[in-house]
Design a protein around this ligand. Structure first.
Ligand code: AP5
Length: 222
């Protein structure tokens, strides 16, 4: 399948969680600019040192730094047949730059209420080794503090503290939401209700996403 898909939505709505399921279904890479920055921070690179200043406060990293990093990542062979892009574009200039690099086929916009989002962010735990995402209540690991996938240690992100969460939600409203209009005009946005708990049999979040993607694939094949 050659679908270039953007996963869109507020911080904490579940983009990373859904992509870690979708990437296995479609055998396409999960490209997250947040993860790319966190890898750079872990390896203490110049890029990581620059990005950390913004990320810890919940602010967006400047467009030029982010776009250059993403451009480089998209040049990898694994992105040739499509990808799930999570956390990019987050501003109008980023969306316009992305348009110059490649064609986006679908934007999946996940929607959830603020209180659901705040609860998700404050309970999130991530594996320090493989990056797998858990939640203390909703998606708990079998053994507290330990990753089910690789036995790595779980940690809480610095920007999942209350002050940074507030700032991230504010940045999203001011700078990221307008990106939706850009894609709405292209007619490629699919809205998915992400309020329900992923374990709730009535949630259908992954199924709804698959339905939207498969409809597109069929249209492309016609
Ligand atoms: P980034 O890492 O992209 O963070 P984000 O957008 O704030 O998104 P999150 O990772 O917080 O949320 P998510 O939607 O992936 O939720 P998750 O699946 O983890 O960016 C971090 C920072 O990097 C930014 O603030 C910025 O500084 C910088 N940055 C990154 N990209 C940038 C860009 N393009 N431009 C400029 N700066 C950039 O889920 C959250 C929790 O909820 C988890 O614990 C999960 O288990 C749980 N959960 C999720 N969905 C459900 C569900 N349906 N039911 C039950 N539990 C659920």
């Amino acid at each position: 399948m050659g679908l270039n898909t953007v996963l869109f939505g507020s911080p904490g709505v579940g983009k990373g969680t859904y992509t870690q399921i979708l990437r296995d279904i479609y055998s396409l890479p999960h490209i997250s600019t947040g993860d790319l920055f966190r890898d750079n921070i872990k390896n203490n690179t110049k890029l990581g040192i620059k990005a950390k200043k913004y990320m810890d406060k919940g602010e967006l990293v400047p467009d030029e730094i982010t776009t250059n990093m993403l451009k480089e990542r998209l040049e990898n062979d694994d992105a040739e047949d499509g990808f799930f892009l999570d956390g990019f574009p987050r501003t109008l200039p980023q969306a316009k730059e992305l348009d110059k690099i490649t064609k986006i086929d679908a934007v999946i916009n996940y929607i959830a209420d603020d209180e659901v989002i705040i609860n998700r962010l404050s309970g999130r735990r991530i594996c320090r080794n493989c990056g797998y995402i858990f939640h203390v209540k909703n998606v708990p690991p079998k053994k507290e503090g330990i990753c089910d996938k690789c036995r790595g240690k779980l940690y809480q992100r610095d920007d999942d503290k209350p002050e940074a969460i507030k700032e991230r939600l504010e940045e999203y409203r001011k700078k990221t939401k307008p990106v939706l209009d850009f894609y709405n005009k292209k007619g490629i946005v699919h809205q998915i209700d992400a309020n329900k708990d992923i374990n709730d049999p009535e949630a259908h979040i992954i199924e709804d996403t698959q339905e939207a993607l498969e409809k597109l694939m069929n249209e492309e094949g016609e």
